[in-house]
Design a protein around this ligand. Structure first.
Ligand code: HEC
Ligand code: HEC
Length: 343
């Protein structure tokens, strides 16, 4: 066979495989478990992440079509540059300018989460979007209507076909695709991580190292490394906001021992996820540290780990905050794969 014929047959073979890849559901994306991290909780066997499923999820996440009046998307409350939290907003803002009852939390490393929402009211990631979509204060829409709108869109018919091999949108496929996107929002490349892995760019200053020691002594029993959460609920002594009267975990379990217990949030990218706590009451990290040092409210459910007061000098507090800032992961915050889908 002459050389050019071999070349052409290789090209056509290549084209054939490219077409195959194009027609079927996309390639599976390898889910990376960083070294030393626990096993993810999410069962990927029921919803393997694929390039096309992730892209569909990304389009859905950024699309206000999911709300009744097409004004608000998931990203409207969860912005990438702030770790997918809602900067400047104490309580979440939904459609028609309605104010919700809680602060929009940062979204990252969700595959390791055992429960969702500040009170753990949702126990599976795939079910989580139903809450904002149907909440009257958030997107005020029905899943049935979302699915109808998706099926009317040529763009979504082709995205669904690419992701699932069938152009018909269903509620289930919509939820699975949103999970695929959310599951890939993982942060593990902060300076702290590089320090722990002994990598280039992983230097911590003397001050940050002192802060790390103070953190391990006072905070890590709840904000446990490497996720910076023990994935449990706790009452961390916040005085109750009597206007909101949010009892947290007790709302779900009805058990008074769960009163004022909230999900222990991760502290990764904490530099940008302000305002802090379930009601966004603190704007600055130093205010948070002052709360733990001097502001704890005694109550029957105050966590045992916070019963004896923390002794933190002014310098300790500054060092602690310096350490918290090493948890910023710019690779994650600026990863273009997670941004608004322009293509
Ligand atoms: C109007 C603002 C708003 C919109 C829109 C919104 N969220 Fe949220 N999100 C919140 C708030 C507030 C919470 C916490 C709710 C609670 O604890 O009751 C939350 C919680 C979450 C959580 C749980 C985080 C955790 O650590 O438990 C995930 C995941 C999430 N949202 C993803 C989404 C997705 C996906 C969409 C789009 C379908 C969406 N959100 C739309 C405000 C919003
Ligand atoms: C007994 C468990 C516990 C300990 C110990 C603890 N925390 Fe927390 N932390 C929580 C809980 C629970 C919340 C969420 C409370 C809420 O919103 O109602 C929280 C919230 C936070 C937040 C806000 C995060 C966000 O996204 O809004 C920061 C920052 C924080 N803690 C830092 C610290 C620091 C620094 C220490 C040590 C000085 C510490 N925590 C010790 C349980 C704890």
């Amino acid at each position: 066979m002459p050389f050019s014929a071999i070349k052409i047959s290789f090209i056509s073979l290549g084209l054939f495989f490219m077409l195959l890849a194009f027609r079927g559901p996309g390639d599976e994306v390898k889910f990376v478990v960083p070294e030393g991290w626990p096993k993810p909780v999410y069962d990927f066997s029921g919803n393997p992440v694929t390039t096309t499923g992730f892209q569909l999820g990304r389009h859905l996440f950024y699309d206000p079509l999911l709300s009744r009046d097409t004004t608000i998307s998931c990203a409207g409350c969860h912005l990438q540059a702030t770790g997918f939290a809602h900067v400047d907003h104490q309580l979440s803002h939904g459609i028609y300018g309605r104010i919700g009852r809680r602060n929009a939390p940062a979204i990252m490393n969700m595959a390791w989460s055992r429960s969702f929402m500040w009170d753990g009211g949702v126990n599976h990631l795939d079910m989580q979007p139903l809450s904002p979509i149907t909440s009257p204060d958030e997107m005020d829409e029905t899943m049935e209507h979302v699915v109808r709108k998706l099926n009317e869109s040529a763009k979504y018919r082709s995205l669904f076909r690419a992701a699932f091999g069938d152009s018909i949108a269903t509620g289930q496929k919509t939820l699975l695709a949103l999970s695929q996107f959310v599951l890939m929002l993982n942060s593990f490349n902060s300076r702290y991580d590089k320090y722990m892995r002994n990598e280039a760019g992983g230097q911590l200053t003397e001050q940050e190292l002192r802060g790390l020691q103070i953190f391990r002594k006072n905070c890590a029993s709840c904000h446990t490394e490497p996720l910076f959460t023990n994935r449990d609920f706790a009452n961390n002594g916040l005085p109750v906001d009597t206007a909101l009267m949010d009892t947290g975990r007790m709302k779900i379990t009805g058990d008074s021992r769960d009163s004022l217990r909230f999900k222990v949030p991760t502290l990764r990218n904490i530099q940008f996820t302000a305002p802090y706590m379930h009601d966004g009451r603190f704007k600055k990290l130093l205010e948070v540290v002052n709360h733990y040092a001097d502001g704890l409210q005694k109550s029957p459910t105050l966590d045992a780990r916070l019963q004896s007061p923390m002794v933190l000098s002014h310098e300790d507090k500054i060092d602690l905050v310096a350490f918290l800032l090493t948890l910023t992961d710019r690779d994650f915050l600026f990863d273009t794969r997670f941004g608004f889908p322009r293509e």
